[in-house]
Design a protein around this ligand. Structure first.
Ligand SMILES: Nc1ncnc2c1ncn2[C@@H]1O[C@H](COP(=O)(O)OP(=O)(O)O)[C@@H](O)[C@H]1O
Ligand SMILES: O=C(CO)[C@@H](O)[C@H](O)COP(=O)(O)O
Length: 476
């Protein structure tokens, strides 16, 4: 439990890859009065899967840690990991575990879908993104090809945050932000693309309604959670869109999020359409856009390499010319779903600390390459990077970003920006305000500023060359 509240309370939920995080927040001041956290299990013999029922149990556990505060909430909003394919039968029970955003089994289906429906430029222009393995459309195509009985038993398809919102309210509803990561919601029309749905054999009736920004989508109707019946429920959104809300993000400010996924994004007034597929043309949760690039290998990959080396994650050493491309799970940016990790330039005098530093460099490199692509042409070239996610707490991550980007960096004091964004959306409902304005009033982006450092162009060039020269190996 935390500080005392002066006004009505709201609950913000972040159901992300590794855990559920819950904040109970004073809607007037933004003061966090209680918080909870419960882990998720990510399993699967060959891919990345989670049981949606476990997300619900984790939500109950995290809310339970908030004591009485959650029971007093006037409004609730759920944000969640993007893209996951949740398949429900006619009774609303999961047909199989959800296929998560970082499951790369659907890479061949993604490639085929892109080719069959006009190529990358056509997808970028209509849907806003060139779907890769992460996108829900590719996962559904994989399910139909490999588990036809599960596909046939599916009466409803949901995203992770929709699934939780529906269990809270009984309403089948999503929002434009999370819908934009499916591959079957077209940014050109801001509606489901019936031609895509037809192509993949998915009945539009199986999908949730797409609520508008600022809508009350229902009220709490479950007895299974320590939340008051009748509390208002907001549409929720994908976790990256929620973090943008939580920062009260204005166009032209680049964000670098270091968590299970690495993401780089900015709010934009212009609809993105990148035919190279590096930048996904997501919608945000308010009516603007959220061009975003995402990597599969971020904090978990670097932590794994630290463990392999038997070192603390902060025990990095400068010097040496070793290069690590830490693509332990395959990679999405660049699009190398079959890749594994690559180590190049090992010498007799290379130290474990230098190898670890090289792993950080490799994880940050692909994200920094995309910074300029997610920013509008009119954005300041030296705009500070806002650093968020679990990795933003680590010195080694922060210094790697400063050294490879040459940009100033700001680290907000607030830790749980996704849950805070969801809370701001819930507060917006109660107070009749724009959630980004709520977050700005709460001062969530306040933190520590770090000046720009000289850019390490030699390390950048080594990474660029290794990525190019290693292409054949990385595509195996
Ligand atoms: N102090 C820290 N220094 C560096 N990394 C950290 C620190 N605290 C947490 N992390 C990393 O943050 C990750 C979790 O980040 P988070 O953004 O909560 O993940 P997600 O939302 O993807 O589940 C963990 O994998 C861990 O490696
Ligand atoms: O796939 C993406 C973005 O397109 C990921 O960012 C997921 O939304 C998972 O997020 P985390 O659990 O790492 O926060």
């Amino acid at each position: 439990m935390g500080a005392q509240a002066a006004g009505p309370l709201v609950v913000g939920v972040d159901s992300s890859t590794q855990s559920t995080k819950v904040l109970v927040v004073d809607a007037a001041s933004g003061t966090v009065v209680a918080r909870g956290r419960a882990p998720h299990a990510v399993g699967g013999k060959v891919g990345k899967e989670s049981d949606p029922g476990h997300w619900w149990a984790s939500l109950a556990e995290a809310l339970g840690q908030c004591g009485d505060a959650a029971r007093q909430a006037g409004a609730v909003s759920v944000a969640g990991q993007q893209h996951g394919l949740v398949t429900l039968d006619a009774a609303g029970a999961p047909v199989r575990p959800a296929l998560l955003w970082n499951d790369v089994r659907s890479a061949p289906q993604a490639e085929r879908l892109v080719a069959e429906r006009g190529g990358p430029a056509a997808w970028a222009e209509r849907v806003g993104s060139v779907p890769g393995a992460a996108f829900t459309v590719s996962k559904w195509a994989w399910l139909r090809a490999h588990e036809p009985a599960a596909a046939a038993a599916t009466a409803a398809v949901r995203l992770p945050h929709d699934y939780l919102t529906e269990r809270l309210t009984g309403e089948a509803v999503t929002d434009r932000g999370d819908a934009s990561g499916t591959g079957w919601w077209a940014s050109a029309t801001e509606a489901y693309d019936t031609a895509v749905l037809d192509h993949i054999g998915l009945d539009p009736a199986a999908l949730p309604r797409v609520a508008g920004p600022g809508e009350v989508v229902g009220t709490v109707r479950t007895d299974e959670l320590p939340l008051p019946h009748g509390a208002l429920v907001a549409g929720g959104t994908g976790d990256n869109m929620a973090a943008a809300l939580g920062l009260g993000l204005r166009p032209g400010r680049p964000v670098l999020s270091l968590g299970t996924s690495g993401t780089v994004y900015a709010v934009s007034r212009r609809r993105p359409a990148d035919p190279s597929g590096t930048v996904a043309g997501f919608a945000d949760a308010r009516g603007d856009w959220l061009p975003l690039a995402c990597t599969l290998n971020c904090t978990l990959a670097v932590d794994r390499i630290a463990t392999l080396l038997g070192r603390d994650r902060e025990a990095v050493e400068a010097g040496g010319e070793v290069v690590v491309l830490p693509f332990l799970d395959g990679e999405r940016t660049p699009n190398l779903p079959g890749a594994s990790g690559l180590l190049h330039g090992l010498r007799h005098d290379t130290t474990p600390g230098q190898v670890l530093q090289a792993a950080y460099d490799g994880a940050v490199f692909a994200l920094l390459k995309a910074v300029d692509q997610v920013l509008d042409a009119e954005s300041a070239a030296d705009a500070p990077l806002l650093l968020i996610g679990g990795g933003a707490r680590g010195r080694a991550w922060r210094e790697t970003v400063r050294r490879l980007s040459g940009r100033p960096v700001e680290v907000p004091e607030a830790r749980e920006l996704v849950a805070l964004g969801a809370a701001a959306q819930a507060a917006g409902l109660l107070l009749g305000e724009d959630p980004a304005a709520v977050a700005q009033r709460w001062g969530t982006a306040r933190g520590t500023a770090y000046a720009a450092r000289e850019r390490d162009t030699a390390a950048w060039e080594r990474l660029t060359a290794t990525l190019a020269d290693g292409d054949a190996l990385l595509r195996r």
